[in-house]
Write a protein that binds this ligand. Sequence first.
Ligand SMILES: *Cc1c(COP(=O)(O)O)cnc(C)c1O
Length: 224
Amino acid sequence: MTESIRANLARLRERIEAASARAGRAPGSVTLVAVSKTHPASAVEEALAEGQHVFGENRVQEAQGKFPALRAAHPGLRLHIIGGLQTNKARDAVRVADVIESLDRPRLAEALAEAMQKEARRPDFLVQVNTGDEPQKSGVAREEAPGFIRRCLEEWRLPVRGLMCIPPAEEDPRPHFRTLAALGGEFGLPVLSMGMSGDFEAAIEEGATHVRVGSAIFGARIAL
Ligand SMILES: *Cc1c(COP(=O)(O)O)cnc(C)c1O
């Protein structure tokens, strides 16, 4: 197991740097978010031992179970919450996360603003955009995204640093990555979280600053 996480990370870092170079991007300009959902804390420890310090989890409850102990032992660890967030989990999310990537609706924005006051903690936020306008998927609809981003910044005063998307599974992801990059550019937002195990190289070529990769590091997940 150790060998494969080590080898997977090494291979992934090479591919990330090669894609960055092809796109004319500076070395080290893409952050790898290692998505550890469904994998045990021991797998996260193995990645930490290889110098990987940024992790992503979908569910707040799973993150709460795994990460407080890891964080105590590894102060440089950074945790991103990347899954759809229920409003009643806002306070727990603010407590556990350094970055919340799934900000996508007014009620959640209000709950997060209130939670930050109560917890005296300010994670960074990314607005998740449903670039494919898929009804079952989280993320703000494309058309509503500019208005929502503006309200997050001005009305709720949330520290929004960028945007996140998950393109529709069966489509060419590039047009979606371009849509996200254009929107980020309109607002001068520095962070673009896009690209997963199957498409991170295309995402980097389209301007991703963060790629979220799970199975290419930790192996296949058992379906939940
Ligand atoms: C699971 C997940 C990933 C990682 O997916 P892989 O295909 O395993 O790399 C990235 N982003 C989100 C939002 C996820 O839920």
